[in-house]
Design a protein around this ligand. Structure first.
Ligand SMILES: Nc1ncnc2c1ncn2[C@@H]1O[C@H](COP(=O)(O)OP(=O)(O)OP(=O)(O)O)[C@@H](O)[C@H]1O
Length: 605
């Protein structure tokens, strides 16, 4: 499994930056050979200077070679550092591309509501994408260290086999100790993932312009900061624990390394005084011991970083390989234009097995070309019904049929192209007005006429047209667009009702969707805007299939059918007049709202 992960990471690096990987490998190998060449040339120069019969030209040649190798050794780290940084950048881009493509393939919403998966996603986003770069660096670092160790160990071996053996043995405890530390570090990263997400949430909230108003008014800042501090302390505890272990391990290892180095130096000096080693040999031993110790320490830390990279990359692979969260048929049925209607056939739904049922056997038919309105108390399941219709979840039991074909047999992308929905909690994108609208159908991004028509339908055209840069004005004071670099003050902040109308424009920008869903599209509109918007919507809906959810029963009166949702079932269904005559829940709610308005009129008269 780990080997497979390492293979995938290296393959990703090769794909993202093939030339950089090749050059990086070559230069790293060269950098590994450099210190050995310098040490040997230094030994030869010293021995030549110390000997009586050395020729001047030989000395000069050796010195020039030493200087040349020294130059290469000095230059290589700078070039490899650049290559490494560039490789990391390219690989990270490729890894991010794959990660977000995978996240985009999650057809439904379940994964985004699963805390364990969100933890993985957090690790994948923050560290996993660096895995392949870390792995290449670490693998090459290991390779380089092995070249140095191999070269110098050979040298030490020629001077005395047991020295080479002793030096190599001294690295074994370090290797296993670092490996154990690495395991703990990765476990710690996963363990603090939840705290990190909470800390990010509080940090975002404390600096969020939208939240600033309430937080100041309620004086909730210190409370949230207190919560954030709790998470930060938990994160710190995780890091502190690892840092302490690291300190104890590293100091023990350093003391052990210093002892072995000292013993070897003593041996070399004694051997030189006895005449078994030359002066050049002593210089070589000194260089070799230092280089082998350094390289072994490097080998251990690089091996550890490879290990860590693979463990982190495992989280990344878990996300990238997760696949769609709802079953998607490999050979989906085509999604033709809606001809007959949509059927809810005994639909049961709950958000998780341990949660209560939200829908308990909904039977409903949305006829093509008709406007259906859904009414119900808060929490009755109206938005859930809409989300099932868009196939953001699958029913727990029962079926939803598009002209008789189960939604599960259709391609979710194709289905969604036939549906446009405006949700009550529509997103406010920090983008330009044009982009905010065109996100509803990206084919309209460069089609101003369609964007303007949608804005007109939602009653937003005059306002957007009058902005400093018209439709190109950013609807945010958080960023500014490139065009506004010289005057970033053009960004505009919309009111709640204006955002709602913009969301409506986003829903209306698609050309003739088969199904238009409006979930509380006018709750924040003033009376005049609501009247205008609904008159316009009535025109737009005429002859089209639409589903309208609203608590303002007055705007639903003209729907072709009104459906009351209660206790997870359809309890009433019919036209406004029919339901009023029946005198059930709809009639009660309608009378309640109407009496409120009536009383206010009478009081003001
Ligand atoms: N993502 C979710 N996970 C778990 N439960 C959820 C989720 N979304 C909604 N619910 C629960 O499902 C029930 C129905 O919610 P839904 O949003 O469909 O109601 P609604 O009729 O649209 O309400 P409202 O009129 O307040 O908008 C509620 O009890 C709610 O708590």
């Amino acid at each position: 499994m780990r080997i497979r992960a390492a293979g995938r990471a290296l393959a990703l690096a090769r794909r993202a930056a093939p030339a950089h990987v090749l050059w990086y490998v070559l230069l790293t190998a060269l950098a590994g050979l450099g210190p050995l060449a310098v040490a040997w040339l230094t030994k030869l120069v010293i021995d030549a200077v110390a000997s009586d019969g050395a020729r001047w030209t030989d000395l000069v040649n050796l010195a020039v070679a030493l200087a040349g190798v020294g130059l290469v050794v000095a230059l290589l780290p700078h070039i490899t550092r650049y290559l490494r940084a560039e490789l990391d950048r390219k690989v990270m881009l490729g890894a991010n591309e794959d990660l977000y493509a995978a996240v985009d393939r999650f057809v439904g919403l379940r994964r985004f509501e699963d805390p364990a998966f969100l933890d993985r996603l957090q690790v994948a986003r923050s560290s996993g994408v660096n895995g392949p770069g870390m792995l290449v660096d670490g693998t090459l670092g290991c390779g380089q260290a092995l070249i140095v160790v191999g070269g110098f160990a050979g040298t030490l071996f020629s001077l005395g086999p047991w020295i080479a053996f002793a030096v190599l043995l001294s690295a074994v405890p370090a290797f296993f100790a670092e490996l154990a530390l690495s395991r703990r570090r990765v476990a710690m990263v996963a363990a603090i993932g939840q705290s990190e997400r909470k800390e990010m949430f509080y940090a975002g909230l404390l600096t969020d312009p939208q939240a600033a108003k309430e937080l100041r008014l309620f004086g909730a800042g210190p409370f949230l900061w207190g919560r954030m501090a709790v998470e930060l302390r938990a994160i710190n505890r995780g890091h502190r624990d690892i840092d302490r272990r690291e300190m104890v391990t590293q100091t023990g290892l350093a003391a052990f390394a210093a002892l072995t180095t000292g013993a070897l130096l003593l041996w070399a000096v004694r051997a030189a005084t006895l005449g078994t080693l030359t002066v050049g040999d002593v210089a070589l031993v000194v260089a070799a011991v230092a280089a082998v110790q350094n390289a072994l320490a490097g080998l251990v830390s690089e091996a550890v970083s490879v290990h860590q990279a693979v463990l982190l990359f495992d989280h990344y692979l878990a996300v990238v390989d997760a696949g769609p969260d709802l079953p998607v048929r490999p050979d989906p049925a085509p999604t033709p234009p809606l001809l007959d209607g949509i059927t809810f056939d005994d639909v049961w739904f709950r958000y998780a097995d341990d949660q209560p049922w939200v829908l308990r056997g909904v039977d409903l038919f949305l006829p093509v070309g008709a406007a259906t309105a859904v009414v119900g108390l808060n929490g009755a399941g109206k938005t859930t019904l809409v989300k099932l219709l868009c196939r953001l979840y699958d029913p727990s039991r029962g079926r939803i049929l598009w002209d008789g074909v189960d939604l599960r047999d259709l391609d979710p992308g194709e289905l969604r192209r036939r549906i446009r929905a405006v949700f009550q909690d529509a997103v406010r994108y920090d983008l330009t007005a044009r982009e905010n609208i065109a996100l509803g159908d990206l084919t309209a991004l460069d089609d101003s006429a369609r964007v303007v028509a949608a804005a007109r339908a939602a009653g937003m055209h005059d306002l957007l047209d009058g902005l400093p840069n018209g439709y190109e004005t950013p609807l945010t004071r958080v960023f500014f667009s490139e065009a506004d670099r010289n005057d970033p003050s053009t960004g505009t902040v919309l009111s709640g009702g204006q955002w709602q109308r913009l969301a409506l424009a986003r829903g209306l920008v698609a050309v003739h969707p088969d199904l238009l869903i409006l979930d509380e599209p006018s709750s924040a509109l003033d009376a005049q805007a609501e009247y205008e918007v609904h008159s316009r919507l009535r025109e737009l809906r005429a002859g089209r299939t639409s589903l309208l959810v609203s608590h303002r029963l007055g705007v639903l009166r003209e729907a072709d059918q009104i459906v009351v949702l209660a206790d997870g079932r359809v309890t009433e269904q019919g036209r406004h007049d029919e339901l009023v005559l029946v005198g059930g829940e709809y009639a009660r709610l309608f009378a309640l709202q109407a009496s409120g308005y009536q009383r206010r009129i009478e009081e003001s008269v």
